[in-house]
Ligand binder design. Structure first.
Ligand SMILES: Cc1ncc(COP(=O)(O)O)c(C=O)c1O
Length: 439
């Protein structure tokens, strides 16, 4: 149902104060100039959608969660006779989906990353390579095991800079590769480089669950793949993480680390019991298990993953098309082999001044479009940069700094329709163009 309301609009027309007739329509609000000094009528759109609103949890997930609450066995190892826990089933199903031998469900994506480091034997003081363009839980996981992040630069494609990686590769034994915001580096080239330098690769797939490079699932090239099931990711259990791996000993360690006590035999996607012999008494329990409630919520979502990924990409393409011809705005080129899942959208305002970028952000926000900026000197919300993490020493990376300064980031929740995405793109295009003109 549409509703009308009157709003003063000072910004829309410099000629005079305007009274606007607003027609609210779904997630969009259309603003029509009722009166202007020049008598010319112009439409200005304001977007009313909520950039942080996820879809509701599937009915099937809710029913499964209710069943778990009704029987009360929320702890993953609390199984009735003959029962296989939701968590064990989730692991089995995700492993099968990714074509992996083993899977472990844990409390969060960040926990999965720290567990991966520990399972590979990373010790306090070790150096671990990682992306300069990523989010705080990635260097945070490295710091949590007492190791030291070594930041590797970012390209205009928003992926790890392979030249910089080659230059720094000898400083560490492990690379924690973050497929930040779903941008996937040429994984074959990266793995070749890793082989030359004897680097063990952990893939941070928090933003690439369901994505591929060529025919390879994101998370399957490295030794360990880590995923997040946190609300803003591709499956949503509020919090949660998954870790996949092929190696018996590494997975046995990860399971012990996650807090399996001596119940590791209950795992359905874990290595054979013998793999635990060497590790079970020497591996600390650092509890971070997933519970059956979250697993119950996630299992039906995994069955929908492909369709959800396609829906995200439909939205991405509408936005990307809408921004195709905007002077001063650089879209990110995506290689053909990259089968990305675009649950967010990034573009660059390369070499723009901070003041001009701030102005674009403010103009877009005034029209309901929330953009995040990775170039802000102080981290805001979820954004931060390698030089924000002052616990990790870093030296300036001018090439990367230029790119990070221009990175603009926007969520694309599935609660947006394709029309919503077209409106969002129009607003960004108009405001960037206006700012570029100095208007
Ligand atoms: C790039 C990246 N890696 C890892 C994580 C960690 O995921 P979680 O929030 O589940 O700990 C996040 C979370 O936002 C992330 O954005």
């Amino acid at each position: 149902m549409s509703s009308y309301r009157l709003l003063p609009w000072s910004q829309a027309c410099a000629a005079s104060a305007q009274i606007l007739i607003c027609l609210r329509h779904g997630g969009q609000k259309w603003i029509d100039f009722a009166r202007s000094k020049t008598k010319t009528c112009r439409m200005t759109e304001i977007f009313m959608g909520n950039f942080t609103q996820q879809e509701p949890i599937l009915d099937e997930s809710i029913a499964a969660a209710v069943a778990v609450m009704q029987h009360g066995r929320l702890h993953r190892y609390n199984e009735a006779a003959g029962e296989v826990s939701e968590t064990a089933l989730l692991e089995q199903e995700f492993a099968a989906q990714m074509g992996a031998r083993y899977c472990l469900a844990v409390a969060s994506g960040g926990y999965a990353l720290a567990t991966a480091l520990r399972a590979l034997g990373v010790k306090p003081g070790d150096r671990v390579l990682t992306n300069a363009f990523t989010l705080a839980p990635v260097p945070g996981a490295i710091a949590s095991v007492g190791a030291v992040p070594v930041f590797v630069g970012v390209t205009e494609g928003l992926v790890i800079d392979l030249d910089d990686l080659a230059a720094k590769a000898d400083q560490a034994d492990v690379l924690m590769l973050s497929h930040m915001r779903g941008h996937i580096v040429d994984i074959n080239a990266l793995m070749d480089l890793a082989q030359v330098h004897n680097l063990k690769v952990i893939e941070d797939c928090a933003h690439t669950m369901g994505a591929k490079w060529g025919d390879t699932w994101s998370g399957r090239a490295g030794i360990i793949g880590c995923y997040s099931c946190q609300t803003y990711k591709h499956v949503n259990s509020g919090e949660g993480g998954l870790l996949i791996c092929e190696d018996d000993e590494i997975m046995a360690r990860a399971i012990m680390l996650s807090g399996s006590y001596m119940l590791y035999g209950k795992h359905r996607a874990g290595p054979p019991i013998e793999a635990f012999e060497a590790v079970r008494l020497v591996t600390p329990n650092i509890s971070g298990r997933m519970d059956n409630l979250r697993a119950a919520i996630l299992r039906p979502q995994l069955r929908q993953l492909e369709a959800q990924c396609a829906a995200w990409n439909d939205r991405y393409h509408v936005v990307d098309q809408g921004l195709a011809q905007v002077a001063g705005l650089t879209r990110i080129k995506r290689p053909q082999q990259e089968k990305f899942v675009a649950s967010s959208y990034q573009f660059l305002l390369l070499d723009w001044s901070s003041a001009a970028i701030r102005s674009v952000l403010a103009r877009c926000l005034a029209r309901g479009v929330e953009l995040k900026w990775f170039g802000a000197p102080d981290p805001v919300g979820f954004t931060s940069r390698y030089d924000s993490w002052t616990y990790a020493p870093s030296s300036a990376m001018p090439k990367s700094d230029r790119i990070l300064h221009g990175v603009i980031d926007m969520r694309l929740p599935l609660t947006f329709s394709l029309d919503d995405c077209a409106i969002v793109a129009r607003i960004i295009a108009e405001e960037v163009a206006q700012e570029a003109k100095g208007a």
